[in-house]
Structure formats: structure tokens, C-alpha cells
Design a protein around this ligand. Structure first.
Ligand code: NAD
Length: 475
């Protein structure tokens, strides 16, 4: 763990093992922290808050820029650690390291643009001035599916704003977080400003984060279920909360689009990170008049995908994170088949070619999926593409919005008016119109409804770490 500028063991001396999900081999041991360690880290962050927030934005920016440069220098090493620990193919790991570094660069710049405001006052002898100040100590919890970029997506805006931070990474991927913190250390960031607490059991750490009054902000990326626990806990002390939670993205293909082009996009985004992405399409709606060519192209592309170790050339499907993830996918597929869905391809765990030691599931396509099926309602987080047909724009908009999630949605159409109607009508925080990658460090990322609150990235991302203060002056 990294606390108060030092690499330290857990207070109780415990460690936990980290495994490669492709083959089940142990790849490391990490300090197993508890309440005491997280309290120590929070206290260190509190001590560092005054001096760090007292630096000029230009000085904080320098540190972030140095971290960005170091991350780019160590890009290949960071990608290798990620492929070994998380399982994604090297190409995807390299892309994620770049995405992670982008947040450091973007917030190195944005640190200098935390402007205030002068507001015309109602009285002639009065002046109004608005200042933005850092919220204080931030506690952050990150997931395993994007184990590097989710760390920088929180650390960079927090530091830019003048906050200090304690971060707990997912227990499946602490090594990626450790590598990012080595870079923050090398960048010379002062002791206590960034702290890392690793733990096998997240519960006591989460409880410390919500109960310690020194923590003024909780930022969390993970499941909706855990997000609700943290939000309820944070309510007791009215701490600021940002939540990036689950998704259930609709992918809508209208009859005026090219079904071949749309199928190519749908396959690329559906199987990204083996479907383990919060913005992964979970319901693919295709107009009935073009469903046949769409499914044909989709199936052809899926059958060319190869599963295996992310270090092998040509592999695009990595393992699922654990056996629970595998069971969830198996349960959703068998429930869909029992209720009348048709299996186009896949539909089984992969056990051949030495894959039996990992949690590999064949990329799967289902058609004739209906609202009664589990997969129509639940987030899948795996390589299963459920295809549903529709006939009218009104009908598909209603179906797409019929979910308590609201993170990402995708629309394929060549009709500009329809594109605008869908952009306005879909109740989701991120809409890709003929675009499967509507994300970047400069753009606000986040969800509506039970997909979360607050935004990460862009101008909105730094606002999450700032208080607004009004000054009224009588002159
Ligand atoms: P998870 O909620 O189980 O775990 C996420 C993090 O929360 C981990 O660090 C874990 O240790 C911690 N955690 C678990 N229980 C906790 C508790 N009781 N108290 C405090 N911390 C606790 O989620 P997961 O399975 O690791 O991640 C997958 C989920 O994350 C999916 O639902 C996915 O959609 C979501 N996700 C969302 C985004 C986004 O930006 N919206 C990005 C990535 C993942």
C-alpha cells in the first residue's frame, strides 16, 4: 500500500493473492489492508490537504503533466501488467493505458481553468463574487474491468482541483493500481496527497470511507448494488457522492442504416473487454426489415473471433473475471433459451485449447429475445449479444427506455431528424449516433437513473471535486 508517501505493509501484516484470470496462476501478493490502514491513509490525506490545496494551479498542473509523461514512457509495461492481471488483449491494454494517461494530461490543463464568477448584485452598494474551492479529502473506489483508467479518471481531476485522495482498487486488480501509484510517486507528488489502500475485503474500507468525517467526498465506480450502499452510508454525514454504476445499453439499428456497417460496429462494441464494460450494448434492437442481413454479418464476424491469452496475437476475447461472472452468463443464456430465444452461435463455456483453467465463454448470439427473459432486464457483463426486432421508431424508443439503467445508448440511422429525435428522447447519459466510442477524457461520462450521478471527464469532471462559495460584499 502507499500511505503518506511510503510503500507499507498492512498494519496486521496480512497479504492476499492475485491471479491471472486466463490460466488461474498466482501472479502476486498484495497487502491486505483493514480499517486501521484506511484510517491512517485518510489522516495522511487530511494533513496533506492544506499544503496541496495551497499550491497554485500551475504547480499542481506540473505534477500531473509529469505523471502523464511517465505513464506514456511506461506504457508497454503498464499494458503487460494489465493483460496479465485482467486478461484483456494487449492491444486493448495499450489503448486503456493511453485513455488513462489522457486524464492526467487533460486535467493538467484544466487545473488552470477553475474560474470564478462576478455576478451583478441587486443592490448598488453590493458585489457578488463566486469562488470554487476543493472539497477536501476524497475517498475513491474503483472496479477491475478498466483497472488503470478508472484510477486516473478519479485521481487526476481530484488533484487538479486541489483535493487529496485515498483510493481502494478492486481486489481482482490491485497490481494495475500499484503501477499507477508508482508513477504518481515518481512524478514527485508530495507525501499524503495520493494514498493507496489495497484489501481483499472491501467492506471495512468502504465503511471507514463513509464514517470518517475527514472524508468529504466519495467517488465510486462499480455495481449499482454497491453504489447504493455507499450512497446510503454517505448520507449520514451528507458527504458529496459521485457514482458511475451499471448499464444496460440499447443498440438501435434503423431500417435507413446500412445493416452491414451497423453489424460491424455492434460486434466491436459488444465484445469490447469480453462484454465486461458498463457501456456494453445489452439489447440490440434491429428493424425487422433488415434483421436477416444484420444477423448474417454479425454471426460471420463473431465466428472469426478467437478466445485465449491476451498475450497471443489474434486473440480478441479474454476471460471473464471469475466463476461468478461465468455462472451469471450461463444462467442468462439458459433462461433465454428456455423462454424461446434461438441460439445463433456460441452458448457454452470454452474448455478446449488449454482454456479450461480460465473463465472463458464463447462469444454468443441470441435472436428472438423478448422482454420476459432475464437478459432483457439484467446487465450481462459478458460476451452475449441478444438481438430483438422492432417495427416503429416509437416502439423502439419505449423499449429502449424501459430499464432502470441509463448509462449509454447507440443509434444507427442515416436520417438526421430521427437521429436528433433519438438523441433527445433516449434517457441515457451517453448517446453514440453511428458512433461506437463516444468517450474521451475531454467529454462528460456518466449515467442517469440507477446508472449513477455526477460525471467524470471534461469540465464537469473537475466540478465534482469543487465547492461553490458565494461572497456578498457591501461596498
Ligand atoms: P463491484 O461493485 O462489485 O466492485 C467495484 C468496487 O467496489 C471494487 O473495488 C470492490 O472491491 C468494491 N466493493 C464491493 N463491495 C463493496 C462494499 N460493500 N463497500 C465498499 N466497496 C465495495 O463491481 P464490479 O463487479 O467490480 O464491477 C462491475 C460493475 O461496475 C458493473 O456493474 C459495471 O457496469 C460497473 N462499471 C461502471 C462504470 C461506469 O463508469 N459507469 C465503469 C466500469 C464499471
Amino acid at each position: 500500500m502507499f500511505i503518506d508517501g511510503q510503500w507499507v505493509s498492512a498494519n496486521n501484516g496480512a497479504f492476499f493473492d492475485v491471479f491471472n484470470p486466463s490460466n488461474g496462476e498466482k501472479i502476486g501478493e498484495v497487502a491486505d489492508g483493514d480499517r486501521n490502514d484506511s484510517q491512517r491513509a485518510i489522516e495522511a490525506a487530511q494533513r496533506a490537504f492544506g499544503p496541496w490545496s495551497g499550491l497554485t494551479a500551475y504547480q499542481r498542473s506540473e505534477y500531473l503533466y509529469r505523471a502523464y509523461q511517465l505513464m506514456m514512457e511506461h506504457r508497454e509495461h503498464l499494458a503487460r501488467v494489465m493483460t496479465e492481471e485482467q486478461g484483456k488483449p494487449m492491444k486493448a491494454s495499450r489503448g486503456e493505458v493511453q485513455y488513462g494517461a489522457d486524464f492526467l494530461l487533460w486535467y493538467a490543463e484544466e487545473a488552470k481553468r477553475v474560474y470564478g464568477e462576478i455576478i451583478p448584485a441587486p443592490r448598488s452598494d453590493q458585489r457578488f463574487m463566486v469562488l470554487h474551492q476543493p472539497v477536501g479529502v476524497v475517498a475513491a473506489i474503483t472496479p477491475w474491468n478498466y483497472p488503470t483508467s478508472m484510477v486516473t479518471r478519479k485521481v487526476a481531476p481530484a488533484l487538479a482541483a486541489g483535493c487529496t485522495i485515498v483510493l481502494k482498487p478492486a481486489e481482482a486488480t490491485p497490481l494495475c493500481a500499484i503501477e499507477v501509484f508508482k508513477i504518481l510517486e515518481q512524478a514527485g507528488i508530495p507525501a499524503g496527497v495520493v494514498n493507496l489502500v489495497t484489501a481483499l475485503n472491501p467492506v471495512p474500507i468502504g465503511e471507514t470511507f463513509v464514517t470518517n468525517p475527514l472524508v468529504r467526498k466519495i467517488t465510486f465506480t462499480g455495481s449499482t448494488e454497491v453504489g447504493k450502499i455507499l450512497a446510503k452510508g454517505a448520507a449520514d454525514q451528507v458527504k458529496r457522492v459521485s457514482l458511475e454504476l451499471g448499464g444496460h445499453a440499447p443498440f438501435i439499428v434503423f431500417e435507413d442504416s446500412d445493416p452491414i456497417y451497423a453489424a460491424k460496429g455492434a460486434v466491436l462494441v459488444k465484445f469490447l473487454n469480453t462484454g465486461q464494460a458498463c457501456i456494453s450494448p445489452n439489447r440490440i434492437f434491429v428493424h425487422s426489415s433488415i434483421v436477416d442481413p444484420f444477423v448474417e454479418e454479425f454471426k460471420t464476424r463473431v465466428s472469426r473471433m478467437r478466445a485465449g491469452s491476451g498475450f497471443e496475437d489474434g486473440v480478441s476475447i479474454g476471460p471473464l473475471v471469475d466463476s461468478a461472472a461465468l455462472q451469471k452468463v450461463e444462467r442468462q443464456v439458459s433462461n433465454a433459451l428456455d423462454n424461446g430465444a434461438i441460439l445463433v452461435c456460441g452458448g457454452r463455456r470454452l474448455l478446449d485449447d488449454n482454456l479450461e483453467k480460465g473463465y472463458f465463454y464463447a462469444p454468443t448470439v441470441l435472436i428472438d429475445v423478448t422482454p420476459e427473459m432475464l437478459i432483457y432486464r439484467e446487465e450481462t457483463f459478458g460476451p452475449v449479444a441478444p438481438i430483438i426486432t422492432f417495427d416503429t421508431e416509437e416502439e423502439v424508443l419505449t423499449m429502449a427506455n424501459d430499464t432502470h439503467y441509463g448509462l449509454a445508448a447507440y443509434v444507427y440511422t442515416h436520417n438526421l431528424s430521427r437521429a436528433m429525435r433519438m438523441f433527445e428522447g433516449l434517457r441515457f447519459g451517453i448517446i453514440g449516433i453511428n458512433d461506437i466510442n463516444p468517450t474521451a477524457a475531454a467529454a462528460p461520462f456518466g449515467g442517469m437513473k440507477e446508472s449513477g450521478m455526477g460525471r467524470e471527464g471534461g469540465r464537469d469532471g473537475i466540478a465534482e471535486y469543487l465547492e461553490t462559495k458565494l461572497g456578498g460584499f457591501s461596498v
